[in-house]
Design a protein around this ligand. Structure first.
Ligand code: BG6
Length: 518
Protein backbone atom coordinates (compact mmCIF):
# COMPACT_ATOMS: atom_id res chain seq x y z
CA UNK A 1 0.00 0.00 0.00
CA UNK A 2 1.46 3.41 -0.82
CA UNK A 3 1.84 5.54 2.23
CA UNK A 4 -0.95 8.11 2.54
CA UNK A 5 0.33 11.65 2.21
CA UNK A 6 0.74 13.28 5.59
CA UNK A 7 -1.99 15.82 6.26
CA UNK A 8 -0.34 19.17 5.70
CA UNK A 9 -1.39 22.33 7.42
CA UNK A 10 -2.97 24.59 4.79
CA UNK A 11 -0.23 26.90 3.71
CA UNK A 12 -1.03 30.41 4.74
CA UNK A 13 0.45 33.03 2.42
CA UNK A 14 0.40 35.52 5.26
CA UNK A 15 3.13 33.58 7.03
CA UNK A 16 5.80 34.43 4.50
CA UNK A 17 5.00 38.12 4.77
CA UNK A 18 4.57 38.05 8.54
CA UNK A 19 8.08 36.63 8.95
CA UNK A 20 9.32 39.93 7.57
CA UNK A 21 7.21 41.90 10.02
CA UNK A 22 4.71 42.89 7.32
CA UNK A 23 0.96 42.42 6.87
CA UNK A 24 -1.52 43.35 4.15
CA UNK A 25 -3.08 46.67 5.02
CA UNK A 26 -6.59 47.98 4.39
CA UNK A 27 -6.56 49.68 1.00
CA UNK A 28 -8.30 50.58 -2.24
CA UNK A 29 -7.12 48.97 -5.44
CA UNK A 30 -7.68 51.01 -8.57
CA UNK A 31 -7.41 48.96 -11.75
CA UNK A 32 -6.63 51.00 -14.86
CA UNK A 33 -7.70 48.72 -17.68
CA UNK A 34 -10.42 47.52 -15.32
CA UNK A 35 -12.60 46.32 -18.20
CA UNK A 36 -9.82 44.26 -19.73
CA UNK A 37 -8.90 40.64 -19.96
CA UNK A 38 -6.37 40.68 -17.14
CA UNK A 39 -8.86 42.21 -14.73
CA UNK A 40 -11.51 39.69 -15.65
CA UNK A 41 -9.39 36.55 -15.79
CA UNK A 42 -6.84 37.21 -13.12
CA UNK A 43 -7.11 40.28 -10.91
CA UNK A 44 -10.76 40.25 -9.85
CA UNK A 45 -10.74 36.46 -9.29
CA UNK A 46 -7.43 36.71 -7.39
CA UNK A 47 -8.81 39.29 -4.95
CA UNK A 48 -11.94 37.23 -4.47
CA UNK A 49 -9.91 34.12 -3.70
CA UNK A 50 -7.87 36.05 -1.16
CA UNK A 51 -11.16 36.96 0.46
CA UNK A 52 -12.30 33.33 0.49
CA UNK A 53 -9.02 32.36 2.11
CA UNK A 54 -9.61 35.00 4.78
CA UNK A 55 -6.44 36.93 4.04
CA UNK A 56 -7.85 39.98 2.28
CA UNK A 57 -7.98 42.98 4.63
CA UNK A 58 -11.51 43.56 5.80
CA UNK A 59 -11.55 47.22 4.85
CA UNK A 60 -10.99 47.14 1.20
CA UNK A 61 -12.41 48.23 -2.16
CA UNK A 62 -11.72 47.93 -5.88
CA UNK A 63 -12.34 50.69 -8.37
CA UNK A 64 -12.16 49.64 -12.00
CA UNK A 65 -11.46 52.31 -14.57
CA UNK A 66 -11.60 52.03 -18.36
CA UNK A 67 -12.97 53.98 -21.29
CA UNK A 68 -16.13 51.92 -21.73
CA UNK A 69 -19.22 53.38 -20.03
CA UNK A 70 -20.30 51.06 -17.23
CA UNK A 71 -22.13 51.48 -13.97
CA UNK A 72 -20.94 49.98 -10.69
CA UNK A 73 -23.60 47.33 -11.18
CA UNK A 74 -22.35 46.47 -14.64
CA UNK A 75 -18.78 46.25 -13.36
CA UNK A 76 -19.99 43.83 -10.68
CA UNK A 77 -21.61 41.64 -13.33
CA UNK A 78 -18.39 41.77 -15.34
CA UNK A 79 -16.45 40.68 -12.25
CA UNK A 80 -18.92 37.91 -11.56
CA UNK A 81 -18.58 36.55 -15.09
CA UNK A 82 -14.83 36.50 -14.60
CA UNK A 83 -15.16 34.68 -11.29
CA UNK A 84 -17.58 32.11 -12.64
CA UNK A 85 -15.16 31.24 -15.39
CA UNK A 86 -11.75 31.73 -13.90
CA UNK A 87 -11.90 31.58 -10.11
CA UNK A 88 -9.72 28.92 -8.48
CA UNK A 89 -12.39 28.28 -5.86
CA UNK A 90 -16.14 28.07 -6.26
CA UNK A 91 -18.42 31.00 -5.80
CA UNK A 92 -19.92 31.35 -2.35
CA UNK A 93 -23.10 33.42 -2.19
CA UNK A 94 -22.35 35.09 1.13
CA UNK A 95 -18.72 35.89 0.28
CA UNK A 96 -19.67 37.13 -3.17
CA UNK A 97 -22.30 39.44 -1.68
CA UNK A 98 -19.67 41.00 0.59
CA UNK A 99 -17.11 41.19 -2.22
CA UNK A 100 -19.38 42.81 -4.77
CA UNK A 101 -20.32 45.56 -2.34
CA UNK A 102 -16.69 46.68 -2.49
CA UNK A 103 -16.53 46.90 -6.31
CA UNK A 104 -16.93 50.24 -8.08
CA UNK A 105 -16.32 51.65 -11.51
CA UNK A 106 -15.37 54.98 -13.01
CA UNK A 107 -15.53 55.36 -16.81
CA UNK A 108 -12.78 57.39 -18.47
CA UNK A 109 -9.24 57.49 -19.69
CA UNK A 110 -6.21 57.46 -17.41
CA UNK A 111 -4.75 60.37 -19.36
CA UNK A 112 -7.82 62.57 -18.99
CA UNK A 113 -7.58 64.95 -16.00
CA UNK A 114 -11.39 65.15 -15.73
CA UNK A 115 -11.66 61.37 -15.49
CA UNK A 116 -8.91 61.21 -12.87
CA UNK A 117 -10.77 63.90 -10.91
CA UNK A 118 -13.88 61.70 -11.01
CA UNK A 119 -11.81 58.77 -9.82
CA UNK A 120 -10.57 60.84 -6.89
CA UNK A 121 -14.10 61.84 -5.98
CA UNK A 122 -15.21 58.25 -6.10
CA UNK A 123 -12.40 57.14 -3.82
CA UNK A 124 -13.15 59.93 -1.39
CA UNK A 125 -16.81 58.95 -1.39
CA UNK A 126 -16.48 55.17 -0.96
CA UNK A 127 -13.40 54.83 1.21
CA UNK A 128 -14.98 56.31 4.37
CA UNK A 129 -18.06 54.10 3.85
CA UNK A 130 -15.87 50.99 3.78
CA UNK A 131 -13.42 52.09 6.45
CA UNK A 132 -10.49 52.28 4.05
CA UNK A 133 -7.95 54.72 5.49
CA UNK A 134 -6.79 56.17 2.14
CA UNK A 135 -4.10 53.60 1.33
CA UNK A 136 -4.19 53.14 -2.43
CA UNK A 137 -2.76 50.72 -4.92
CA UNK A 138 -2.94 51.71 -8.57
CA UNK A 139 -2.72 48.74 -10.92
CA UNK A 140 -1.60 49.85 -14.38
CA UNK A 141 -2.98 47.15 -16.64
CA UNK A 142 -2.48 49.40 -19.67
CA UNK A 143 -0.11 49.53 -22.67
CA UNK A 144 3.45 50.69 -21.92
CA UNK A 145 2.83 54.00 -23.71
CA UNK A 146 0.17 54.80 -21.10
CA UNK A 147 2.36 54.36 -18.03
CA UNK A 148 4.03 57.79 -18.03
CA UNK A 149 0.82 59.81 -18.70
CA UNK A 150 -1.06 57.77 -16.12
CA UNK A 151 1.37 58.31 -13.22
CA UNK A 152 1.69 61.95 -14.25
CA UNK A 153 -2.08 62.43 -13.97
CA UNK A 154 -2.16 60.66 -10.62
CA UNK A 155 0.50 62.98 -9.30
CA UNK A 156 -1.27 66.10 -10.61
CA UNK A 157 -4.51 65.02 -9.01
CA UNK A 158 -2.74 64.63 -5.67
CA UNK A 159 -3.37 60.90 -5.65
CA UNK A 160 0.26 60.00 -4.91
CA UNK A 161 1.29 60.61 -1.33
CA UNK A 162 4.99 61.19 -0.68
CA UNK A 163 6.79 58.40 1.18
CA UNK A 164 8.25 60.72 3.78
CA UNK A 165 4.85 61.66 5.16
CA UNK A 166 3.34 59.52 7.85
CA UNK A 167 0.02 58.87 6.25
CA UNK A 168 -1.72 56.54 3.89
CA UNK A 169 0.44 54.85 1.28
CA UNK A 170 0.30 55.05 -2.52
CA UNK A 171 1.72 52.15 -4.47
CA UNK A 172 1.75 51.55 -8.20
CA UNK A 173 1.82 48.14 -9.88
CA UNK A 174 3.24 48.22 -13.38
CA UNK A 175 2.39 45.34 -15.71
CA UNK A 176 4.77 44.05 -18.32
CA UNK A 177 5.86 44.80 -20.94
CA UNK A 178 7.91 47.60 -19.46
CA UNK A 179 8.93 49.12 -22.73
CA UNK A 180 9.66 47.65 -26.08
CA UNK A 181 13.40 48.00 -25.90
CA UNK A 182 16.06 49.43 -23.60
CA UNK A 183 15.42 53.07 -24.51
CA UNK A 184 11.66 52.88 -23.99
CA UNK A 185 12.08 50.95 -20.73
CA UNK A 186 14.46 53.63 -19.46
CA UNK A 187 12.04 56.31 -20.51
CA UNK A 188 9.14 54.65 -18.70
CA UNK A 189 11.19 54.00 -15.60
CA UNK A 190 12.40 57.61 -15.70
CA UNK A 191 8.86 58.97 -15.91
CA UNK A 192 7.76 56.69 -13.07
CA UNK A 193 10.65 57.71 -10.87
CA UNK A 194 9.87 61.42 -11.47
CA UNK A 195 6.60 60.80 -9.66
CA UNK A 196 7.21 57.87 -7.32
CA UNK A 197 9.89 56.63 -5.02
CA UNK A 198 11.25 53.20 -6.05
CA UNK A 199 9.75 51.75 -2.84
CA UNK A 200 6.29 52.66 -4.20
CA UNK A 201 6.75 50.85 -7.52
CA UNK A 202 5.91 47.16 -7.96
CA UNK A 203 6.86 45.90 -11.44
CA UNK A 204 5.03 42.67 -11.76
CA UNK A 205 6.35 39.49 -13.36
CA UNK A 206 3.69 36.91 -12.66
CA UNK A 207 6.17 34.04 -12.89
CA UNK A 208 7.65 35.24 -9.60
CA UNK A 209 4.30 34.63 -7.92
CA UNK A 210 4.09 31.00 -9.01
CA UNK A 211 4.40 28.58 -6.14
CA UNK A 212 6.88 26.39 -8.01
CA UNK A 213 9.04 29.39 -8.86
CA UNK A 214 9.07 30.51 -5.23
CA UNK A 215 10.09 26.97 -4.37
CA UNK A 216 13.34 27.22 -6.35
CA UNK A 217 15.12 29.07 -3.57
CA UNK A 218 13.56 26.87 -0.89
CA UNK A 219 14.66 23.75 -2.70
CA UNK A 220 18.17 25.10 -3.15
CA UNK A 221 18.70 26.59 0.28
CA UNK A 222 16.50 24.59 2.66
CA UNK A 223 18.18 21.31 1.68
CA UNK A 224 21.80 20.59 2.32
CA UNK A 225 22.35 18.10 -0.49
CA UNK A 226 22.03 20.37 -3.52
CA UNK A 227 24.12 23.41 -2.78
CA UNK A 228 27.51 21.64 -2.55
CA UNK A 229 26.91 20.27 -6.05
CA UNK A 230 25.41 23.42 -7.51
CA UNK A 231 28.36 24.63 -9.58
CA UNK A 232 30.52 24.01 -12.62
CA UNK A 233 32.39 21.17 -10.95
CA UNK A 234 29.31 18.94 -10.86
CA UNK A 235 26.81 20.44 -13.27
CA UNK A 236 27.20 19.78 -16.99
CA UNK A 237 24.50 22.15 -18.17
CA UNK A 238 21.05 23.56 -17.38
CA UNK A 239 18.00 23.58 -19.64
CA UNK A 240 15.15 26.01 -19.10
CA UNK A 241 12.05 25.23 -21.13
CA UNK A 242 8.87 27.28 -21.20
CA UNK A 243 6.65 25.60 -23.77
CA UNK A 244 3.19 26.81 -24.67
CA UNK A 245 0.55 24.93 -26.54
CA UNK A 246 -1.50 27.96 -27.50
CA UNK A 247 -0.84 30.05 -30.58
CA UNK A 248 -0.98 33.82 -30.62
CA UNK A 249 -4.76 33.73 -30.15
CA UNK A 250 -6.36 37.15 -30.06
CA UNK A 251 -3.19 38.98 -29.04
CA UNK A 252 -1.61 39.54 -32.45
CA UNK A 253 -1.72 43.31 -32.03
CA UNK A 254 0.63 43.07 -29.08
CA UNK A 255 2.60 40.01 -30.10
CA UNK A 256 3.52 41.23 -33.58
CA UNK A 257 5.49 44.03 -31.94
CA UNK A 258 6.89 41.79 -29.29
CA UNK A 259 7.81 38.21 -30.23
CA UNK A 260 9.09 35.49 -27.94
CA UNK A 261 12.32 37.24 -26.97
CA UNK A 262 10.61 40.32 -25.57
CA UNK A 263 7.49 38.55 -24.38
CA UNK A 264 9.10 35.68 -22.46
CA UNK A 265 12.90 35.83 -22.31
CA UNK A 266 13.44 39.44 -21.26
CA UNK A 267 11.35 38.92 -18.13
CA UNK A 268 10.07 35.49 -17.06
CA UNK A 269 12.91 33.35 -18.32
CA UNK A 270 15.75 35.58 -17.20
CA UNK A 271 14.10 35.61 -13.77
CA UNK A 272 14.01 31.80 -13.73
CA UNK A 273 17.66 31.80 -14.68
CA UNK A 274 18.50 34.24 -11.87
CA UNK A 275 16.76 32.10 -9.26
CA UNK A 276 18.54 28.99 -10.52
CA UNK A 277 21.96 30.59 -10.69
CA UNK A 278 22.12 33.17 -7.88
CA UNK A 279 24.43 32.93 -4.89
CA UNK A 280 22.88 32.09 -1.51
CA UNK A 281 21.24 35.27 -0.22
CA UNK A 282 21.90 35.99 3.44
CA UNK A 283 18.34 37.15 4.14
CA UNK A 284 14.87 36.93 2.59
CA UNK A 285 14.51 40.71 2.61
CA UNK A 286 13.56 42.18 -0.76
CA UNK A 287 16.74 44.22 -1.16
CA UNK A 288 19.00 41.24 -0.54
CA UNK A 289 17.22 38.87 -2.88
CA UNK A 290 17.03 41.50 -5.59
CA UNK A 291 20.73 42.38 -5.22
CA UNK A 292 21.66 38.73 -5.63
CA UNK A 293 19.55 38.39 -8.76
CA UNK A 294 21.16 41.51 -10.18
CA UNK A 295 24.58 39.90 -9.81
CA UNK A 296 23.52 37.16 -12.19
CA UNK A 297 22.09 39.59 -14.72
CA UNK A 298 25.36 41.49 -14.57
CA UNK A 299 27.30 38.29 -15.27
CA UNK A 300 25.34 37.26 -18.35
CA UNK A 301 27.84 37.03 -21.18
CA UNK A 302 26.78 39.34 -24.00
CA UNK A 303 26.11 37.35 -27.17
CA UNK A 304 27.83 39.18 -29.98
CA UNK A 305 29.08 38.91 -33.54
CA UNK A 306 28.91 35.47 -35.12
CA UNK A 307 27.64 34.01 -31.82
CA UNK A 308 24.25 35.63 -32.40
CA UNK A 309 23.61 33.27 -35.30
CA UNK A 310 25.01 30.20 -33.57
CA UNK A 311 23.76 30.80 -29.99
CA UNK A 312 20.36 32.33 -30.69
CA UNK A 313 17.80 30.59 -32.85
CA UNK A 314 14.49 32.23 -33.68
CA UNK A 315 11.67 30.69 -35.62
CA UNK A 316 8.00 30.97 -36.43
CA UNK A 317 5.31 28.32 -36.41
CA UNK A 318 3.85 27.23 -39.72
CA UNK A 319 0.56 25.41 -40.21
CA UNK A 320 0.41 22.03 -38.59
CA UNK A 321 -1.58 19.45 -36.78
CA UNK A 322 -1.98 20.32 -33.17
CA UNK A 323 -3.43 17.48 -31.11
CA UNK A 324 -5.44 16.28 -34.06
CA UNK A 325 -6.61 19.72 -35.15
CA UNK A 326 -5.28 21.49 -38.23
CA UNK A 327 -4.13 24.95 -37.18
CA UNK A 328 -2.89 27.85 -39.30
CA UNK A 329 0.65 29.10 -39.43
CA UNK A 330 1.52 32.30 -37.56
CA UNK A 331 1.42 34.45 -40.69
CA UNK A 332 -2.16 33.31 -41.28
CA UNK A 333 -3.39 34.21 -37.81
CA UNK A 334 -5.85 37.11 -37.50
CA UNK A 335 -4.04 40.41 -37.15
CA UNK A 336 -0.64 39.06 -38.23
CA UNK A 337 1.13 40.54 -41.26
CA UNK A 338 1.46 38.11 -44.17
CA UNK A 339 5.21 38.76 -44.25
CA UNK A 340 5.71 38.96 -40.48
CA UNK A 341 9.15 38.05 -39.14
CA UNK A 342 8.04 38.05 -35.51
CA UNK A 343 9.55 35.05 -33.75
CA UNK A 344 7.17 32.72 -31.94
CA UNK A 345 10.04 30.51 -30.78
CA UNK A 346 13.49 31.24 -29.52
CA UNK A 347 16.29 29.01 -28.27
CA UNK A 348 19.48 30.36 -26.75
CA UNK A 349 22.76 29.19 -25.34
CA UNK A 350 23.70 31.46 -22.48
CA UNK A 351 26.69 31.66 -20.13
CA UNK A 352 26.84 33.18 -16.67
CA UNK A 353 30.40 34.35 -16.37
CA UNK A 354 31.10 33.98 -12.69
CA UNK A 355 33.16 31.53 -10.67
CA UNK A 356 30.28 29.19 -9.88
CA UNK A 357 29.05 28.78 -13.44
CA UNK A 358 32.28 29.05 -15.43
CA UNK A 359 31.80 27.16 -18.70
CA UNK A 360 28.32 25.80 -17.88
CA UNK A 361 25.86 26.45 -20.71
CA UNK A 362 22.28 27.37 -19.89
CA UNK A 363 20.12 26.31 -22.81
CA UNK A 364 16.85 28.19 -22.97
CA UNK A 365 13.88 27.56 -25.23
CA UNK A 366 10.40 28.94 -25.36
CA UNK A 367 7.73 28.95 -27.99
CA UNK A 368 4.09 29.01 -28.87
CA UNK A 369 2.27 26.14 -30.58
CA UNK A 370 4.62 23.52 -29.18
CA UNK A 371 3.19 20.06 -28.52
CA UNK A 372 2.21 20.82 -24.94
CA UNK A 373 2.25 23.33 -22.15
CA UNK A 374 5.20 22.40 -20.01
CA UNK A 375 7.77 24.48 -18.18
CA UNK A 376 10.73 23.17 -16.30
CA UNK A 377 14.27 23.81 -15.22
CA UNK A 378 16.44 20.74 -15.71
CA UNK A 379 19.86 20.59 -14.12
CA UNK A 380 21.99 17.91 -15.68
CA UNK A 381 24.95 16.69 -13.64
CA UNK A 382 28.25 15.56 -15.10
CA UNK A 383 28.80 12.04 -16.37
CA UNK A 384 30.31 9.50 -14.02
CA UNK A 385 33.86 8.54 -15.02
CA UNK A 386 34.23 5.80 -17.66
CA UNK A 387 35.21 3.26 -15.04
CA UNK A 388 33.24 0.45 -13.39
CA UNK A 389 29.70 0.93 -14.75
CA UNK A 390 30.33 3.47 -17.47
CA UNK A 391 32.81 1.66 -19.68
CA UNK A 392 30.55 0.93 -22.63
CA UNK A 393 30.91 4.02 -24.79
CA UNK A 394 28.08 2.97 -27.07
CA UNK A 395 25.70 2.88 -24.08
CA UNK A 396 26.90 5.48 -21.63
CA UNK A 397 25.32 5.66 -18.18
CA UNK A 398 22.57 8.27 -18.20
CA UNK A 399 23.64 11.29 -16.15
CA UNK A 400 21.66 12.46 -13.12
CA UNK A 401 19.10 15.13 -13.90
CA UNK A 402 17.21 17.21 -11.38
CA UNK A 403 13.99 18.57 -12.88
CA UNK A 404 12.10 21.39 -11.28
CA UNK A 405 8.72 21.21 -12.96
CA UNK A 406 7.18 24.67 -12.93
CA UNK A 407 3.89 23.78 -14.63
CA UNK A 408 1.49 22.17 -15.21
CA UNK A 409 2.65 18.94 -13.57
CA UNK A 410 4.17 20.78 -10.61
CA UNK A 411 6.88 18.93 -8.80
CA UNK A 412 10.47 17.91 -8.67
CA UNK A 413 12.19 14.76 -9.81
CA UNK A 414 15.65 13.33 -9.83
CA UNK A 415 16.90 10.82 -12.35
CA UNK A 416 19.26 8.33 -10.80
CA UNK A 417 20.82 5.18 -12.10
CA UNK A 418 19.82 1.86 -10.60
CA UNK A 419 20.52 -1.83 -11.07
CA UNK A 420 17.82 -3.71 -12.85
CA UNK A 421 16.88 -6.60 -10.55
CA UNK A 422 18.37 -9.88 -11.78
CA UNK A 423 21.58 -11.85 -11.89
CA UNK A 424 23.28 -9.60 -14.45
CA UNK A 425 24.49 -6.07 -13.77
CA UNK A 426 22.19 -4.06 -15.96
CA UNK A 427 21.60 -0.38 -15.33
CA UNK A 428 18.37 1.54 -15.66
CA UNK A 429 17.64 5.19 -15.02
CA UNK A 430 14.78 5.64 -12.54
CA UNK A 431 12.95 8.77 -11.39
CA UNK A 432 12.56 9.84 -7.79
CA UNK A 433 9.50 11.97 -8.04
CA UNK A 434 7.78 14.51 -5.83
CA UNK A 435 4.46 15.87 -7.04
CA UNK A 436 2.73 18.77 -5.39
CA UNK A 437 -0.64 17.12 -5.95
CA UNK A 438 0.37 13.99 -4.03
CA UNK A 439 2.45 15.54 -1.29
CA UNK A 440 0.23 18.44 -0.31
CA UNK A 441 -3.46 18.71 0.20
CA UNK A 442 -5.06 22.01 -0.73
CA UNK A 443 -4.56 24.07 -3.85
CA UNK A 444 -1.71 26.47 -4.41
CA UNK A 445 -2.76 30.09 -4.69
CA UNK A 446 -2.57 31.65 -8.14
CA UNK A 447 0.45 33.83 -8.88
CA UNK A 448 -1.64 37.02 -8.88
CA UNK A 449 -3.13 36.21 -5.49
CA UNK A 450 0.29 35.98 -3.93
CA UNK A 451 1.60 39.07 -5.64
CA UNK A 452 -1.39 41.29 -4.86
CA UNK A 453 -1.11 40.33 -1.22
CA UNK A 454 2.58 41.22 -1.28
CA UNK A 455 1.79 44.69 -2.61
CA UNK A 456 -0.83 45.22 0.11
CA UNK A 457 1.88 44.36 2.61
CA UNK A 458 4.57 46.42 0.85
CA UNK A 459 6.84 43.42 0.22
CA UNK A 460 8.72 43.93 -3.04
CA UNK A 461 10.76 40.71 -2.98
CA UNK A 462 8.94 39.12 -5.89
CA UNK A 463 8.82 42.22 -8.07
CA UNK A 464 11.29 43.62 -10.56
CA UNK A 465 13.49 46.45 -9.46
CA UNK A 466 14.27 49.17 -11.96
CA UNK A 467 17.91 48.16 -12.38
CA UNK A 468 16.97 44.52 -13.09
CA UNK A 469 14.53 45.55 -15.81
CA UNK A 470 17.12 47.74 -17.46
CA UNK A 471 20.02 45.30 -17.24
CA UNK A 472 17.81 42.57 -18.71
CA UNK A 473 16.87 44.88 -21.54
CA UNK A 474 20.52 45.83 -22.12
CA UNK A 475 21.40 42.16 -22.60
CA UNK A 476 18.42 41.52 -24.87
CA UNK A 477 18.92 44.73 -26.83
CA UNK A 478 22.20 43.43 -28.16
CA UNK A 479 20.35 40.56 -29.78
CA UNK A 480 17.48 42.65 -31.06
CA UNK A 481 19.95 45.06 -32.67
CA UNK A 482 21.83 42.22 -34.33
CA UNK A 483 18.58 40.81 -35.69
CA UNK A 484 17.54 44.18 -37.02
CA UNK A 485 20.90 44.74 -38.70
CA UNK A 486 20.69 41.26 -40.23
CA UNK A 487 17.59 42.46 -42.07
CA UNK A 488 16.12 38.95 -42.53
CA UNK A 489 12.86 38.74 -44.45
CA UNK A 490 12.25 35.14 -43.51
CA UNK A 491 12.63 33.06 -40.36
CA UNK A 492 13.16 29.33 -39.92
CA UNK A 493 9.85 27.57 -39.36
CA UNK A 494 8.55 24.72 -37.28
CA UNK A 495 5.22 23.03 -37.84
CA UNK A 496 2.64 23.82 -35.20
CA UNK A 497 2.57 20.93 -32.74
CA UNK A 498 6.29 20.13 -33.02
CA UNK A 499 9.18 20.93 -30.70
CA UNK A 500 10.69 23.81 -32.66
CA UNK A 501 12.97 24.20 -35.67
CA UNK A 502 15.79 21.85 -36.65
CA UNK A 503 18.17 24.78 -36.21
CA UNK A 504 17.56 24.63 -32.44
CA UNK A 505 18.36 20.91 -32.42
CA UNK A 506 21.53 21.58 -34.38
CA UNK A 507 22.59 24.23 -31.88
CA UNK A 508 22.51 21.85 -28.94
CA UNK A 509 23.66 18.81 -30.96
CA UNK A 510 26.81 20.73 -31.88
CA UNK A 511 27.73 20.60 -28.17
CA UNK A 512 27.08 16.86 -27.96
CA UNK A 513 23.85 17.40 -26.00
CA UNK A 514 20.13 17.01 -26.63
CA UNK A 515 16.99 18.89 -25.72
CA UNK A 516 15.19 17.05 -23.01
CA UNK A 517 11.79 15.49 -23.50
CA UNK A 518 9.49 17.41 -21.21
C1 BG6 B 1 2.71 36.31 -20.51
C2 BG6 B 1 2.96 36.40 -22.00
O1 BG6 B 1 3.54 37.18 -19.82
O2 BG6 B 1 2.95 34.98 -20.08
C3 BG6 B 1 2.12 35.40 -22.76
O3 BG6 B 1 2.67 37.71 -22.45
C4 BG6 B 1 2.33 34.02 -22.20
O4 BG6 B 1 2.41 35.42 -24.14
C5 BG6 B 1 2.13 34.01 -20.70
O5 BG6 B 1 1.38 33.16 -22.83
C6 BG6 B 1 2.50 32.67 -20.10
O6 BG6 B 1 2.12 32.64 -18.76
P1 BG6 B 1 1.75 31.28 -18.05
O7 BG6 B 1 1.55 31.65 -16.62
O8 BG6 B 1 0.52 30.76 -18.71
O9 BG6 B 1 2.93 30.38 -18.27
Amino acid sequence: MPEAPAEQPQENPLNAIAEKGLAPEPCSIVIFGGGGDLAKRKLLPALYNLKLDGVLPENFCVVGMARTERSDEEFRSFAREGLEKFSRQDLDAQQWAEYERALFYVPGSFSDPAAIARLKEKLEEVEPQLGVPGNRIFYLSIPPSGIAPCVEQLKRAGLITPTDEKGPFSRVIVEKPIGHDLASAQEINGAVSDVLDESQVFRIDHYLGKETVQNILVMRFANSIFEPLWNHKYIDHVQITVAEEEGVGTRAGYYEESGAMRDMVQNHILQLLCLTAMEPPWSVQAGVIRDHKMEILNCLRPIQGADVASHVIRAQYSAGNHNGVEVPGYRREAGVAADSITETYVALKVFVDNWRWAGVPFYIRTGKRLPKRASEIAVQFRDVPPILFNTNQSQPVQPNVLRLRIQPDEGLSMRICSKLPGPKVQLRPVEMDFQYGDAFTGQSPEAYERLLLDVMAGDATHFMRRDAVEVSWTWIQNLLDAWRQGGERWLPEYSAGTWGPVEADRMIDADGRKWRTV
